[in-house]
Design a protein around this ligand. Structure first.
Ligand code: ZN
Ligand code: ZN
Length: 291
């Protein structure tokens, strides 16, 4: 028993010393460069503690022990959080499931939709699409998970779809650069901190959007309204040789499906633009809604 106490205190003592080194490494950026540093320091501390067991003697013995045990427990907690949030060690099972779902994909499409709970993937415009195998592998590698979390209230933005031989093999929506919701799974999968940042950066560079763009309910409703309006105007014009519907005709068109003319929930004004091939676009006067 005495021997165990000696070893425990020995380890705790070195953990305290390592805590100081760890904080210094974090402050100097060493841990950011080599994220495995905090774990290596703990391992060294444990080995040293086992090699040099001891207990405090003399006055304040109990007090010193309490402080050392408290600080070492605090240190272990910090490193645990680091492993969880930064390294994603506790999300290994999710990482494996994600790889199994996406590894054989031959096409990845990012859709301008607010999660698959509202939309079919082909109904809303694609922001980016690739069939380049190397690029797909690179993109998939951005996703690293730290664990699960309760479902976010919003539907996520944008939607990411993996295809193989013309069949959809996986879909997820991104939540605020922090988590994803995989289609058919009950909870959200939390991204590691740096994974979330890398995905955000990728979305900016390739799609010109941020996963924070589409997640607000107002944003989402405006977007859906605009798509709905554009689709109805487009089908009207197709049927009438390119004639633009008057507001009256538009109202009648929507009445037929039991709806009012869609509008921006934040009272933005809608304007129509046309491509040469007759595609109709609706833009909102609140500019950030169009992003
Ligand atoms: Zn969300
Ligand atoms: Zn709007």
């Amino acid at each position: 028993m005495e021997k165990i106490k000696l070893m425990l205190y020995g380890v705790a003592r070195y953990l305290c010393i390592a805590l100081v080194v760890n904080i210094a490494c974090l402050y100097l950026g060493v841990s950011l460069l080599w994220p495995v540093t905090p774990i290596a320091l703990v391992a060294i501390a444990v080995l040293l503690g086992l090699a040099f067991p001891r207990r405090p003697k003399g006055r304040w013995q109990g007090f010193r022990e309490t402080i050392v045990y408290f600080l070492s427990a605090f240190h272990l907690l910090l490193v645990g959080l680091w492993m969880h949030f930064v390294l994603g060690y506790f999300g290994m099972a999710l990482n494996a499931r994600f790889r199994a779902m996406t590894d054989c994909a031959d096409r990845v499409v990012i859709h301008d939709n607010v999660g698959f709970c509202h939309a079919a993937p082909t109904e809303e415009p694609a922001l980016y699409e690739t069939t380049n195998k190397a690029e797909i592998v690179e993109f998939n590698a951005l996703f690293r998970f730290a664990g699960t979390s309760p479902q976010c209230k919003c539907c996520g933005y944008p939607g990411v779809y993996w295809w193989r031989d013309g069949k959809r093999i996986g879909a997820l929506s991104i939540h605020h650069g922090k988590a994803v919701r995989v289609e058919g799974k009950g909870c959200d999968w939390r991204l590691t901190l740096d994974s979330g940042q890398h995905i955000e950066k990728w979305l900016k560079e390739h799609c010109g959007v941020s996963s924070k763009d589409g997640a607000s309910p107002t944003h989402l409703k405006c977007r859906l309204s605009r798509y709905e309006l554009a689709a109805v105007v487009e089908s009207f014009m197709k049927a009438k040789d390119g004639k633009l519907p008057t507001p009256e005709e538009l109202r009648a068109q929507f009445n037929r499906i039991g709806k009012n003319i869609p509008s921006c929930p934040a009272s933005g004004k809608y304007a129509l633009t046309f491509d040469e091939d007759g595609t109709v676009h609706v833009t909102c006067s609140i500019l950030r809604h169009n992003r």
